[in-house]
Design a protein. Structure first.
Length: 163
């Protein structure tokens, strides 16, 4: 079995992405309320399931703009994918019990391909997101559709809950 020389690089980049997410969260103002969330769903590639985590916080003084750094890990027979993203979105119905949002943000895809001769890859891209979710309550469920525009583009359907 051929050992992939890029595997340590992918792990280092994954850890660097997670560290960037933590550093980003440290810039959230102390008075701003940040919500933590978990999500799951499927990537379009053979319906690969994923699990993820996120933070949601208001941007500036607007009540409609949000930052949403997140990380997702998709599990596949052909190799796993980890996405580290920093999405921004705009809430259209903020004064209701639910909201609809649309947004975008940069993402970095780290692909760990299984099998001989398959090199791991790093693929920068952009997320385009559309979602709907509850605004009130201790646990606020939501659903989101995302298109990742990259060299190896994908569609993602997910559901989650924010606390």
């Amino acid at each position: 079995m051929k050992r992939n020389r890029n595997r340590p690089l992918v792990r280092v980049l994954s850890l660097a992405g997670a560290a960037a997410l933590v550093m980003t969260l440290s810039f959230v103002p102390a008075h701003a309320k940040a919500d933590f969330g978990v999500r799951g769903g499927a990537y379009s590639d053979d319906s690969d399931p994923f699990l993820g985590a996120e933070v949601l916080f208001g941007v500036g003084t607007s009540t409609n703009w949000y930052g949403n750094p997140n990380v997702e890990h998709a599990f596949a027979d052909s190799g796993d994918t980890t996405a580290v993203s920093f999405d921004f979105h705009y809430d259209f119905h903020h004064n209701q019990q639910y909201t609809v949002w649309a947004g975008a943000g940069p993402t970095m895809l780290f692909r760990d391909h299984n099998g001989p001769g398959n090199d791991d890859s790093t693929d920068p891209g952009v997320n385009l997101v559309l979602g709907v979710g509850a605004l009130r309550g201790e646990a606020r469920p939501y659903g989101q559709m995302k298109v990742i525009v990259a060299d190896d583009s994908a569609a993602v359907l997910g559901v989650g809950v924010r606390f």
